[in-house]
Design a protein around this ligand. Structure first.
Ligand SMILES: [Zn+2]
Ligand SMILES: [Zn+2]
Length: 294
């Protein structure tokens, strides 16, 4: 049995998100205010609708990403580190061919493509059929911080893609537009250093997890065993926790509740993938990437 563990590396954990808006599109605040809202983040992407906002002016955030949210009426797609040449014949029309073209140009530029808020049912949603037609995107937004639980959580579509054999990573982003939407959900990236290149490389490897306030210190393997170490200190260790491990088709492989700081799971070999969700009492959560079982 082979377990592909994207966390099996050394590095530093960096906090950030890729999907946020400014007043260059429909955000309420100019870039300099958004920088202040996220001043303690290690990295930040700005992704206005259908245009690339240039990073400029004073900021404390060490690393920034250019991005664009391709925003047809039907579906939205986040392109991180897109080439500027993408704007010369830009169209947000939703066809698989056009979205594939934009994804290809971004991936060929060293960037990556993420299908965002796939469950926003009143508009801008993705159906699984279209998600399976499109290729080369790196992941989907499993947690969008807009504030509607019915629309902004997409673990079901993630399990559907993973179970169909697509190796896609789960992202968490605020998609912040207005005051109060900031710092609801983010990504913790295990990167070699805090640079655009190192974070991009770690994202491509799946060396990150989604957080709404809780976290992992490490996810390790020993033989056929997966071991998750959660963030630990005297206060956190005393809090009640709920951990669930999911496999193919969203099957629950194991559930653990209690005041633990570590859990273990012995793989049977037929899981195809194992992903871990954990919540603190109070609701703060952390969501790992899948470990693929071969
Ligand atoms: Zn959107
Ligand atoms: Zn957005």
């Amino acid at each position: 049995m082979e377990i592909k563990n994207p966390y099996d590396k050394t590095g530093q954990w960096l906090r950030g998100a890729f999907h946020n808006h400014t007043s260059n599109s429909d955000g309420w605040f100019p870039l300099e205010t958004v920088y202040k809202m996220y001043a303690e983040y290690d990295f930040l992407g700005i992704s206005d609708h259908d245009l690339i906002t240039k990073h400029e002016g004073m900021r404390r955030i060490p690393t920034v990403f250019e991005a664009i949210e391709v925003s047809s009426k039907q579906t939205h797609m986040l392109l991180v580190n897109p080439p500027h040449s993408i704007m010369t014949d830009y169209s947000n029309e939703f066809t698989i061919a056009n979205y594939q073209r934009l994804t290809d140009r971004t991936v060929d530029n060293g960037g990556f493509s993420v299908l965002v808020h796939p469950n926003r049912y009143f508009s801008n949603y993705w159906n699984v059929e279209d998600m399976l037609k499109l290729e080369r995107y790196i992941g989907i937004e499993v947690y969008n911080g807009d504030g509607n639980p019915e629309y902004d959580i997409a673990f079901d579509k993630w399990d559907a893609l993973l179970s169909a054999g697509r190796k896609v990573w789960g992202f968490g982003n605020d998609d912040s537009h207005v005051y109060g939407q900031e710092k609801r959900v983010w990504n913790m990236v295990l990167a070699a250093d805090n640079s655009n290149e190192a974070i991009t490389a770690a994202i491509k490897d799946g060396s990150f997890y989604v957080s709404t306030g809780f976290g992992f210190e490490a996810i390790r393997t020993e033989g056929s065993k997966i071991i998750a170490d959660f963030r630990s200190n005297a206060l956190l260790d005393g809090m009640y926790k709920y951990a669930t491990l999911f496999g193919k088709d969203g099957r629950v492989l194991k559930e653990v509740t209690g005041r633990f700081k570590q859990i273990e799971y012995e793989c049977a070999g037929d899981e195809e993938y194992v992903r871990i969700s954990v919540y603190l009492e109070g609701g703060f959560g952390a969501f790992s990437q899948p470990l693929f079982i071969g």
